[in-house]
Design a protein around this ligand. Structure first.
Ligand code: AMP
Length: 271
């Protein structure tokens, strides 16, 4: 595995390669969720590039960027074990006073975007930079960050980017908890409480399977399960993030954002 620490280094390495490139952008603290993205990239491409970069522009004022979990040594090992060809590990990706991408006014500022206004501007900006630096054939993103995935797909379409975006299923612990770099913040009690999030999503799926597709009733049942967590939102939307009164099979995402202690967790299910 070669480690590239700047875009110039990365380009020199990649310019010497022929064949398809699968790209997995991450913020590090790698877990099995990231690994499934890397494994899929490995399976379907000649070369695999993983980036690890904790992007400052997607953290808002007051969100503690310095506290984001960092596990350089373990991450390098995981990438090596997953047969990654090139690890892109830049120090910084910005200079002063740069041009940035603006997330769409509606889809970029509801749900996650309402809780974290400007977060998606920073996320899209760094993803565009990364896609232009790596020039991958395919880039892999998790459905766990459903709104992020949708906005990246929209950016690719709006800016005619030449890359295939590959959505990947959410990887969970055996008990249902969605894997997240933030799970390390949970103590034993909080980890149990956090199961209410996947539990509420399971309840929603059960209700739909029993032919109850009424969004209000589903949200009510979910809210009961989620008690006493500090819930930021429970939303039932189309794949384009328009609010739904009735679940539409094949075009629905049910999402939750909740705080367990001080840790903010998100999860969702695609129906
Ligand atoms: P992050 O390092 O949190 O920026 O995540 C990097 C990529 O991994 C994103 O595309 C995430 O959606 C994806 N990801 C994070 N957690 C999971 C998970 N539990 N299952 C599948 N993909 C995930």
């Amino acid at each position: 595995m070669i480690i590239a620490r700047s875009v110039d280094e990365l380009r020199t390495i990649l310019d010497a390669k022929n064949g398809s490139i699968g790209f997995v952008p991450t913020m590090g603290a790698l877990h099995s969720g990231h690994r499934t993205l890397i494994d899929e990239a490995r399976k379907c491409n000649d070369h695999v590039v993983v980036s690890i970069y904790v992007n400052p522009t997607q953290f808002l004022a007051g969100e503690d960027l310095s506290k984001y979990p960092r596990k350089e040594e373990a991450d390098f090992k995981i990438c090596e074990l997953c047969s990654v060809d090139v690890l892109f590990y830049p120090q910084s990706m910005y200079e002063n006073d740069e041009i940035s991408i603006k997330a769409p006014n509606v889809r970029g500022y509801i749900l996650e975007g309402a809780s974290r206004p400007g977060h998606f501007d920073g996320m899209l900006t760094v993803v565009l930079k990364l896609l232009n630096a790596v020039r991958p054939t395919r880039a892999y993103f998790g459905k766990k960050d459903a709104q992020q995935l949708g906005l990246i797909q929209q950016m690719v379409s709006n800016f005619y980017l030449d890359v295939e975006i590959v959505p990947m299923e959410t990887v969970r612990e055996n008990d249902g908890l969605a894997l997240s770099s933030r799970n390390v913040y949970l103590d034993e009690f909080q980890r149990k409480e956090a199961l209410k999030i996947s539990g509420a999503l399971r309840k929603a799926v059960e209700m739909v399977m029993q032919k109850n597709t009424n969004a209000e009733e589903i949200q009510k049942a979910m809210a009961e399960i989620l008690q006493p967590l500090d819930v930021e939102y429970v939303a039932i939307v189309t794949r384009r993030f328009e609010a739904l009164n009735e679940v539409i099979l094949g075009d629905t995402i049910i999402l939750i954002a909740a705080r367990v202690g001080t840790t903010r967790l998100i999860d969702n299910v695609w129906i």
